[in-house]
Design a protein around this ligand. Structure first.
Ligand code: FO1
Length: 324
C-alpha cells in the first residue's frame, strides 16, 4: 500500500501518476523496489469544503476523484471535462452571484453527497461510494469525517477559504491561517489503517499550508505518521521560487517563510525521510539535506500524463531506497 497525502490540482496529478504506475503492476513493485507496491490510498484535504446552495462541496476530494476517474477538466484540473453550465446560468437569471463555477455534471456529485450526508453517511462512506461508481480502484480517504474549515486572515479580516481562493482570486495578503473545527477532528479508522499498512507515504506537491497543513493538523495524524516505519517522501510544490499552481509561494512569504523547497522541507521537518526537489533548485539540495533528510533532484513538472508517471516512478524508486 502506497499512501499519498494530497490536496488541490498538484496533489491530484501526482496521485494520478502513482495510480497509473501502480495499477498495472499487479505483481509487485517492479522497478520501484517496493515489495507490494500495487495499492494506493490517497488521504485528501477536506478543509476547503464548504456549503453552497445547500449542497456540500468537497473540492479537493472531487479533484482527486475526477482525476483518477479520468474525467477531470484538463484545462483547469478541477471540475469535469466537457461539463455544461446550464444550472449555473439559471441561478444567474435568478439573480445569484455565481462566483463558484459548478458544472451540471459536477452538481450531481454535490447533490448525491449532500443527500447521503443528510441520511447519516460519513464523508468517508460517501467518497468510497462515489469512487467505486466511477471505477476508481484506489482508496480515496477524506482526512477526517468531521467538518473542518480553513479560514484565511487578511488585511481585510478573516475570509472563508473559497471566498479567498475563488471569489477574491487569492489577491489578499495572507497574514494567518486557521482550521476551524480541527480540534474536534479525528483520524478515521480507514486513514489509520492505510498509514499502518503503508510501504511509502508520499506528501504530494500540494500547498504545504492549506492542503497538506490541515491533514497534518488533524489530532493524532502526525503521531500516526511518525509511528509508521514506511519511508516518507515529500515533493516540493515550489519550483524556482514559484508555486507550480495557486498561491503557495505568496502564502509562504506572507506567513514569514521563504518561497523555496527549503521552507517546505522545514515545515515537514521531523516527519520526512526524503524530499524531492526540481532540477531548477538543484543548488538548494545541500540546505534541504541539512534539515536531516535525503534529497532527490529531478524534473518535477507534470505537463502531461507521461510527466505524472515519470515523477511517480522517480518518487517510488526514491522511496524504495529510503526506508526509515
Ligand atoms: N477553482 C477556481 O479557481 N474557480 C472556480 O470557480 C472553481 C470551482 C470549482 C468547482 C468544483 C470544484 O471541485 C473545484 C472548483 N475549484 C474552482 C477549485 C477549488 O476551489 C480549488 O482548487 C481548491 O479548493 C484548492 O485546492
Amino acid at each position: 500500500m502506497i499512501v499519498a497525502l494530497a490536496g488541490g490540482v498538484g496533489g491530484a496529478k501526482l496521485s494520478d501518476g502513482l495510480y497509473r504506475t501502480l495499477l498495472p503492476t499487479q505483481q509487485g513493485g517492479g522497478e520501484t523496489g517496493l515489495a507490494h507496491g500495487r495499492e494506493l490510498a490517497v488521504v485528501v484535504n477536506v478543509a476547503d469544503d464548504f456549503t453552497l446552495y445547500g449542497l456540500r462541496i468537497s473540492p479537493d476530494v472531487d479533484t482527486v476523484l475526477y482525476t483518477l476517474a479520468g474525467i477531470a477538466n484538463p484545462a483547469t484540473g478541477w471540475g469535469i471535462g466537457g461539463d455544461t453550465f446550464a444550472t449555473l446560468e439559471m441561478l444567474r437569471r435568478y439573480g445569484e452571484d455565481t462566483w463558484f463555477l459548478l458544472g451540471d455534471r459536477d452538481f450531481a456529485t454535490h447533490l448525491l453527497r449532500s443527500e447521503r450526508l443528510r441520511q447519516g453517511w460519513t464523508p468517508t462512506a460517501v467518497t468510497h461510494a462515489l469512487a467505486e461508481a466511477l471505477g476508481v480502484r484506489a482508496a480515496l480517504l477524506p482526512m477526517c469525517d468531521e467538518p473542518v474549515a480553513t479560514v484565511v486572515l487578511t488585511p481585510d479580516g478573516e475570509l472563508a477559504f473559497q471566498e479567498y481562493f475563488v471569489r477574491r482570486r487569492q489577491a489578499d495578503e495572507v497574514r494567518g491561517v486557521r482550521f476551524e473545527g480541527i480540534s474536534e477532528a479525528r483520524v478515521t479508522p480507514e486513514v489509520r489503517q492505510a498509514i499502518a499498512e503503508a510501504e511509502a507515504i508520499i506528501f504530494c506537491p500540494s500547498n504545504p499550508i492549506v492542503s497538506i497543513g490541515p491533514i497534518l493538523a488533524v489530532p493524532g495524524m502526525r503521531e500516526a505518521l511518525a509511528a509508521s516505519r514506511a519511508p516518507k517522501i515529500a515533493v516540493s510544490p515550489i519550483v524556482g521560487g514559484r508555486a507550480l499552481k495557486g498561491p503557495a509561494d505568496r502564502m509562504l512569504v506572507g506567513l514569514g517563510h521563504e518561497a523555496s523547497p527549503v521552507a517546505v522541507a522545514a515545515l515537514y521537518r521531523g516527519l520526512l525521510d526524503g524530499m524531492v526537489i526540481d532540477q531548477q533548485d538543484a543548488s538548494l539540495a545541500g540546505l534541504v539535506e541539512g534539515l536531516g533528510m535525503r534529497v532527490l533532484v529531478t524534473d518535477t513538472i507534470m505537463e502531461d500524463d507521461a510527466g505524472r508517471a515519470r515523477l511517480a516512478r522517480a518518487v517510488l524508486a526514491f522511496a524504495g531506497t529510503s526506508r526509515s
